[in-house]
Design a protein around this ligand. Structure first.
Ligand code: TEU
Length: 602
């Protein structure tokens, strides 16, 4: 086990993720833009966050909403200009907030000049900047059929290989075929990526969130993945590959360590082994600051992927939290992130609680209490601070624009049609539709409702539709009304982030211990213990069940620091402070959460 690192700003930081397309539109185009973000910097600062992570707004044909980049050094004119980024850096800095950009270098767009050159002929010096292979052939009914080089499945359905007629070779793409994977084995490619990173760091950017950074090193042989499916899920082969650590250490030396106080948060899907994670984040290895892990996001995926029903229980959710809190803590010398939402997921209120009008706020606050009392760099996604829910069921699925949703829906439908009785083309997709309504990325990508009294809730002045659907019913939970309400979800987040700052010694640097067994019971309770700081006990009722009993552990005097239901209990200095003696029963309402300082304990 490695030693705790020197303390860095990101250990206590909260990062606010902004999805530029959906934050604020100033051009009446229906798509958010950088000027819109700049116009809201005071709002961002009012949340009490330390950094902003901006999802991509580089030049892109937008097949995957900017995660397909055609020029790393240009801002897509739909969002603004480089000047807007420079201004955003300044405006945020004035308010003590740093800007992180998204670094998407596992793949580029197929429109990137690098790919265009690579594709131009087999002998081009950039051919090897991407992953090209000859295909396989098979004779079917006396005819030669071309087959991809291996059986790997793309994460956006189908094969990872796309055939290029002109050169009679295939290139690899883990995501859409318009997102070809870069070949990190090529040192010239790596140098070019580092130069593009420096371009932004020289502009005062404080670091990066690194898209699928654990996928950049593929096994050179590209062996078939085990299994009998035509296209086989192969993340076990292309994630955490043979040279990934070498490349990241090189990136640190060549780029990141040349700038002060940089943060590098790597996204690492399909990675659940703490030992594998530690190899990226132990400070002495000089790779990344922390990883974004997917265990919670994948919790409700079914056997046929995200849009098939998955069974999960509270015990699973609690278990994941406990596992990572124990495995990666400041005292054990490995850091982590804490997050429940991003642009890649549905809204946490709808996934983990219920979105009834009666419970929405309660669930949002309970989850806010969970996240703000765990250790790790906290990443909150825009709109989460408002307790936004999934899209309402009135929005037809055909209007969901995401490439992932549409590909997966179509693939599942085609598979059903194939197995349907002759001529029967109308297959039942209601179960898939239900999963889309629960988990599609569009739910997270809804525009921010700034003011419900305005068209498009103040997000845009466009005449027609916004680029992606948004809830416009009474339950939009807009910023304007939440600003007026001291007990709104928004103001609860602000209070919890303040508390997190004040109690950072315990909540950020302290250790974690669950109270009792991790089980399926409604309550999730845990201790946070800091060195030379008070212990905090967090008690959460994670269900809609009212009147749930929790027995305060013996031998403590508990002082209420935070509560989700101020009508019932009052937190705060002097006012209704409720020291309670150990051994006492407390009764929790639906989704109620309590944070208690423990002033003396056995
Ligand atoms: O996500 C990585 C990733 O694995 C996701 O595609 C994930 O499988 C999916 O979102 C689950 O619903 C990153 C980006 O965050 C995502 O937006 C991009 O689509 C993807 O990489 C490709 O760049």
């Amino acid at each position: 086990m490695s030693q705790p690192s020197p303390r860095k700003w990101f250990h206590t930081a909260t990062i606010y993720q902004i999805y530029p397309s959906s934050f604020r539109d100033t051009t009446a185009s229906g798509l958010g833009d950088l000027a819109g973000i700049i116009s809201k910097v005071d709002y961002i600062a009012s949340l009490g966050v330390d950094a902003v992570w901006l999802s991509p707004c580089y030049k892109s044909p937008n097949v995957d909403m900017g995660y397909d980049i055609s020029d790393y050094r240009a801002i897509d004119p739909r969002y603004g200009s480089i000047g807007n980024i420079e201004r955003l850096v300044q405006e945020l800095r004035k308010r003590g907030i740093r800007l992180l950009l998204d670094l998407v270098v596992n793949h580029t767009s197929n429109q990137h000049p690098w790919f265009q050159e690579s594709k131009s002929n087999k002998h081009h010096p950039k051919r090897n900047w991407y992953i090209w292979r000859p295909g396989r052939t098979e004779v079917v009914d006396g005819k030669e059929v071309k087959l991809p080089p291996n059986n790997w499945a793309s994460l956006f359905t189908g094969s990872v290989w796309h055939y290029d007629e002109a050169t009679d070779e295939w290139y690899l793409h883990i995501f859409d075929y318009r997102q070809p994977d870069l070949n990190w084995e090529n040192p010239d490619l790596r140098k070019a990526v580092y130069a593009d990173m420096r371009f932004w760091l020289d502009k005062g950017v404080a670091g990066f969130r690194m898209d699928v950074i654990n996928m950049i090193s593929k096994p050179t042989e590209l062996p078939d993945a085990p299994g009998t499916e035509q296209y086989q899920h192969a993340a076990g082969l292309y994630c955490n590959g043979p040279h990934v650590h070498e490349y990241l250490q090189e990136m640190r030396r060549e780029v990141l360590d040349r700038y002060p106080d940089i943060v590098a948060v790597g996204e690492a899907p399909f990675t659940s082994d703490p030992a594998v994670v530690r190899a990226y984040v132990e400070p002495e290895r000089k790779e990344l600051s922390a990883l974004l892990l997917y265990d919670i996001f994948d919790l409700d995926s079914g056997p046929g992927g995200k849009f098939t029903a998955g069974d999960w229980t509270l015990k699973d959710l609690k278990g994941i939290v406990c596992k990572w809190q124990r495995a990666l803590s400041f005292s054990s010398g490995a850091w982590q992130t804490v997050f429940l939402e991003s642009h890649d997921a549905a809204r946490s209120v709808s996934r983990f609680g219920d979105r009834t009008v009666a419970n929405r706020e309660k669930v949002a606050k309970m989850l806010a209490m969970l996240e703000t009392t765990l250790s790790g760099t906290l990443c909150i996604f825009q709109g989460q601070e408002l307790g936004l829910t999934n899209l309402s069921d009135e929005v037809p699925i055909e209007e969901y624009p995401d490439v992932e949703t549409q590909n997966m829906y179509r693939t599942l439908k085609e598979a059903r049609q194939l197995f349907a009785r002759d001529g029967e083309k109308e297959v039942d997709m209601s179960d898939v539709a239900e999963q889309v309504r629960l988990k599609a990325r569009e739910h997270g990508r809804q525009p921010i409702p700034w003011d419900a009294s305005k068209p498009h809730a103040g997000f845009s002045e466009c005449k027609g539709k916004t680029w992606t659907p948004m809830n416009t019913d009474a339950a939009v939970c807009d910023v304007a009304s939440q600003e007026q309400d001291a007990d709104s979800v928004l103001n609860f987040w602000r209070r919890m982030l303040k508390l997190r700052g004040k109690e950072a010694e315990t909540l950020c640097f302290g250790d974690f211990e669950a109270v009792g067994e991790v089980d399926d019971e409604p309550v999730f309770a845990y201790w946070r213990r800091g060195k030379e700081a008070r212990t905090i006990l967090v008690v959460l009722n994670m269900t809609a069940q009212d009147g749930v009993r929790f027995r305060l552990p013996m031998g403590g005097v508990y002082e209420l620091l935070a509560c989700t239901d101020p009508g019932k209990r009052v937190a705060g200095e002097g006012v209704g402070e409720t020291p309670e003696n150990g051994g006492q029963d407390i009764w929790l309402g639906a989704y109620e959460g309590l944070g208690m300082g423990v002033t003396s304990q056995r």
